[in-house]
Design a protein around this ligand. Structure first.
Ligand code: ZN
Length: 290
């Protein structure tokens, strides 16, 4: 059986209308090429060889996701330096306009223009933001972001945030900066990328404390992730109990294994079909009003 048929079989068996994938990467070609070069070099931010499975042209990548039955996905993009986010946002607005199944995604960086371009992105229809504390190497509590967080909290717009210390810690990764951020903006709808790998427990604690916090499954529970950062088995009951706060994400196309494996990794947790339905479709459909 080919991979496409197996992925479709996964959600059909659950009687779902398809999948929602909150963590996929589409970005300007030359940026994506740089990202791939980085993974190829097994650079200091990846920590190990990382062969990219879906290294194809953009239209082919879209075709792949649609063939899998992904009803909605994102175009996670993020700046590593100032004066880049507004340009990325204009690209992603254009991408969303020509890609109706993509949730219009935007990003930001701590810089004086951030409040303005974040507001503009929302006005242009952005439905989700991406913040990458490891690559961006910024403190989420940077005063230049106060206005941004306030705006996003008021708009109830989800922000997928890479804030865990995996695969390699950054100066501002880990649960403490996020705990501080949430104490200042308790209504933020943060989606903790990779379930906060490897600080799973601390980020589950934060999700328990703050209703707006969710976690995405991106790469977690796969053989690749389990090797270096195994999810603690004793937290499985809590993972099951928080089934309405967990969202499926894949990191497509930059994954070192087939897409199907990410779904199999969720199935083998054995948390039940209702849990899988919520995680792979219903929670995100509700969050994004699909
Ligand atoms: Zn990612």
């Amino acid at each position: 059986m080919d991979e496409r048929a197996a992925v479709v079989g996964f959600w059909r068996e659950l009687a779902l209308p398809g999948l929602v994938d909150v963590h996929t990467h589409f970005m300007p070609d030359r940026v994506l090429r740089k990202v791939w070069q980085y993974f190829d070099a097994a650079g200091p931010l990846t920590g190990r060889p990382w062969p990219i499975t879906y290294r194809t042209a953009e239209d082919e990548r879209l075709e792949t996701l649609r063939g899998f039955g992904v009803r909605a996905f994102t175009s996670m993009l993020y700046p590593h330096k100032p004066a880049m986010a507004a340009w990325l946002n204009s690209w992603s607005a254009d991408f969303a306009a020509r890609t109706p199944d993509c949730l219009h995604t935007a990003t930001f960086f701590p810089e004086p223009s951030a409040p303005t371009y974040v507001r503009q992105a929302l006005e242009a229809g952005a439905r989700v933001f991406k913040s990458h504390l490891q690559v961006g190497a910024y403190d989420p509590n940077d005063p230049r972001l106060d206005d941004v967080w306030g705006t996003l909290a008021d708009a109830r717009t989800p922000i997928v945030i890479h804030c865990g210390s995996g695969p390699v810690p950054g100066k501002h990764t880990g649960p403490e900066p996020i705990a501080r951020l949430l104490s200042r903006h308790p209504r933020l709808r943060l989606v903790v990328a990779h379930m906060g790998t490897p600080e799973y427990r601390d980020f589950l604690d934060l999700a328990e404390r703050y209703d707006g916090v969710r976690l995405d499954t991106t790469m977690v529970f796969t053989d690749f992730s389990e090797r270096d950062a195994p999810f603690p088995r004793e937290e499985l009951p809590r993972l099951r109990a928080m089934g309405d706060r967990i969202l499926f994400g894949s990191d497509f196309p930059n994954i070192p294994y087939p897409y199907l494996h990410a779904l199999q990794a969720l199935t083998r947790l054995d948390l039940g079909d209702d849990w899988l339905r919520a995680v792979c479709h219903h929670n995100a459909a509700e969050l994004f009003r699909l």
